[in-house]
Design a protein around this ligand. Structure first.
Ligand code: AMP
Length: 382
């Protein structure tokens, strides 16, 4: 079973700082254990680049998994070869074994067929629950499926169900909220969502390129000067398609992007030259909350302010609260947006919080994910 246990670790202590991805795979693991399967788990952690990096070993992850499962999780120091084979041979039905970091071998990211075959030889069936890595065609996310009968785990199925239903058959009105630092990272996303949604709210760092494209002075706010024409085209496309696209009407601006920096609230027409936007203002929060109340499906990708630095998290918190209070289907993209919702303690009140940052972004861009596509094919087709 491929899982995505690529969890954030505290830089100083190495302690797991957020175990959401581990918890998200419990239903599939527990179901397999209950059915008497010998469960072999494989994952990557961090970016060891094909070398053994001690700090990126999976053993502590196995310990946390064991605590969450309430049963011991065996661990083996390699993911292929004799030690792995011996550990698998020693497994009894209903036992769980975690293999060492897949990316200690360069063949993993190279999707080397021989390596995939060696991984496949450990089991009889391949279950893929690693949505967070499904946008990568690696040996454990794609290659293995050529050698074994394969299927999606419950998490993978849930992720794909929520995201595809939103894109293909959303209950209307369908609203997208986009934010985050850069427009350049989100151009494809905006293009694809524009074809699907009734309403789009733009906040965060990316909003300033749009405001500048409309001729406003944006002070020291983050801006991609080379994308002003693209921004104008997106605004024009929204008009053409009858999509209501809302930008912030007021902002919180600060002298510096750091804790304790002086800040004030201004309308978008009055951004001081020496200050930069760090959050949406109170009028925009009310405006966005009103539109969220009207929506029946909401997809949210990207924080609307610098949520890592309070009080510049207030706008992102207000969006999260509006979503939590809504009876719409609410889908939160992974990465920073998921971290924000988790930080506010509101994750449980969303319909779905994705465990994949890059994967959910690519899915919402309309791209096929190799780790998903391979599961749709013929089982075990080599
Ligand atoms: P992304 O990974 O593209 O979704 O970007 C997330 C990052 O965007 C977070 O780290 C936020 O702090 C950052 N961000 C949001 N709003 C702003 C802003 N107004 N200025 C600079 N960075 C921002």
């Amino acid at each position: 079973m491929r899982v995505d246990f690529n969890v954030p670790l505290d830089k100083r202590t190495g302690v797991i700082s957020d175990d959401r991805r581990i918890r998200a795979t419990l239903p599939t693991i527990q179901w397999l254990v209950k059915g008497g399967a010998k469960v072999i788990l494989m994952s990557h952690l961090g970016r060891p680049n094909g070398q053994v990096v001690e700090q990126l070993g999976m053993r502590p992850i196995g310990i946390r998994l064991g605590e969450l499962l309430g049963c011991p999780v065996m661990f083996v120091e390699d993911c292929v070869g004799e030690v792995a084979e011996a550990a698998v041979a020693a497994l009894a039905p209903g036992e769980v074994l975690l293999l060492e970091n897949l990316r200690f071998h360069p063949e993993e990211e190279a999707n080397d067929p021989l390596f995939a075959k060696r991984l496949a030889s450990l089991g009889d069936l391949y279950v893929d629950d690693a949505f967070g890595t499904a946008h990568r065609a690696h040996a454990s996310t794609e290659g293995v499926a050529h050698f074994l009968p394969s299927c999606a785990g419950f998490l993978m199925a849930k992720e794909v169900d929520y995201l595809s239903k939103a894109l293909e058959n959303p209950t209307k009105p369908f609203l997208a909220i986009t934010g985050g630092a850069k427009v350049s990272d989100k151009l494809k996303l905006l293009g694809n969502l524009m074809e699907k949604v009734d309403l789009m709210l733009i906040g965060g760092g990316m909003a300033y390129t749009f405001l500048k494209a409309q001729g406003l002075e944006i002070g020291t706010s983050i801006c991609e000067g080379g994308l002003l024409e693209e921004a104008r085209q997106i605004l024009a496309a929204a008009k053409d398609k009858g999509v209501e696209l809302l930008l912030p009407v007021d902002l919180v601006v600060a002298s510096r992007l750091e804790h304790g920096s002086p800040y004030e609230t201004v309308t978008v027409e009055r951004i001081p030259v020496e200050m930069g936007g760090v959050d949406i203002g109170p009028q925009t929060r009310a405006l966005f909350a009103d539109r969220i109340r009207q929506a029946k499906t909401v997809v949210w990708n990207g924080p609307v302010g610098v949520f890592e630095i309070p009080p510049f998290d207030a706008g992102t918190r207000s969006v999260a609260e509006a979503l939590a209070g809504s009876d719409a289907t609410t889908i939160v993209g992974g990465g920073d947006t998921a971290a924000a919702v988790e930080k506010f303690g509101l994750a449980e009140r969303m319909s779905h919080v994705s465990t994949g940052g890059g994967a959910s972004l690519e899915f919402l861009e309309g791209r096929a994910l190799p780790g998903v596509e391979i599961l749709r094919g013929e089982p075990g087709a080599a």
